[in-house]
Design a protein around this ligand. Sequence first.
Ligand SMILES: *Cc1c(COP(=O)(O)O)cnc(C)c1O
Length: 448
Amino acid sequence: MSISEYAQKMIEKDEVFKDISELKETLWINDKLLPFEMTDGLCQLVVSDADIADAADRLLRFAPYIRKCFPETEAAGGLIESPLSAIENMQKALGEAYDVEIPGKLFLKRDSDLPIAGSVKARGGIYEVLKHAEDLALEAGLVTTDDNYERFADDDLKEFFGHYTVQVGSTGNLGLSIGIMSAFLGFKVRVHMSADARQWKKDMLRSKGVEVIEYEDDYSAAVLEGRRQSDLDPSSYFVDDENSLPLFLGYAVAASRLRKQFEEQGIIVDSDHPLIVYIPCGVGGAPGGLCYGLKRIYKDDVHVFFCEPTLFPSVLIGMASGKDNEANVSDFGISGMSAADGLACASPSGLVTRLDRNLLSGDFTVRDAVLFDYMRMLMDTEDIFIEPSSCAAFSGPLGLMKYEAGRDYLASHGLDSEKLANSTQICWATGGRLVPEEIREQYANTHL
Ligand SMILES: *Cc1c(COP(=O)(O)O)cnc(C)c1O
């Protein structure tokens, strides 16, 4: 595959892009990261704190409904939330296996165990479906925002939503979250699945009455066709993973929830106790919203890195080149299927590359083979299963210390050994709970 002109120039100018074109693991540092203060005004104009608070309030309104329909959310009062677990054994084992000392305290944010959809998509995806349902019901005068939203489980509302369709293009997990939630509310649902999507995810959706359309083509093609079909039907709503603000907001709400968990667990984040977060990244929606929300709260005390497969560094390329959604990994001569099915997006969300341009610290790339090693190590040391895509996050705490670019980043942000020793590092586990037992075994025995 040929390399495009702009990519060739980048490769000649900077070693990191040569690594990328050669599918070598690497770390790209975002030279457009700005001090928080300089981003504040623009952020408040584009996606304000009030917008994020409004999304959080909407999820609170729906909490009684969620609790009623999904008893697994009972303990959290109908909030879709996940544990934050210290993973000391994993931290030690990772460090030993790769000969790197990981400073501070390593945690796993276990969105892999989120109720209902078993992935980070239970944040953004379910939020967007709930918002759409609320918009329709309010407009039709079937509810008011003062009602108890258990009302959404009533038969007349289900019947009402049955006149509407929700569609989405997905590599799998977004389809699961949109499909499960929409079907539950009563919508007709059509999920357009890319070639990378796992069979069991398609089977699970069909078992819930969701129409699954399969494509031989990649994720962008599935999104394009889904969007086209939805646009033809006035009663159809398209969840647009490449452009959706509601999705972004649903993810951004996670930050204030995390702050609450920090308070409960006595975790301090300030200039002497930095927070470093590593998030697996596909099209960018989930990590983009999480990053944005975290920066709004923790400002310069939080450092957010995305982690992408060497085969799909789409957000990295979109941001670094400034080409945003026009960028495609094929511009760097990259093609192929990734075992990280949840991250297999060749072009990034332009919404996210733009909104997070001055907020993101950097982006790690990780080879497929290593994901399975991380996965087994987490099972062995912590008895926690997460899917291979999620394991991309572990490339972060290792790489930040290992790569020269990482050490330079730490030095230029005043993150000396004392601050690092006080740091909280979080690997964001993005999926896993719904993976069937036989697939888990397959993964456990995969050696690439
Ligand atoms: C979707 C997904 C991600 C990343 O989300 P994007 O919005 O595509 O960037 C990460 N991990 C898993 C398991 C996912 O399903």
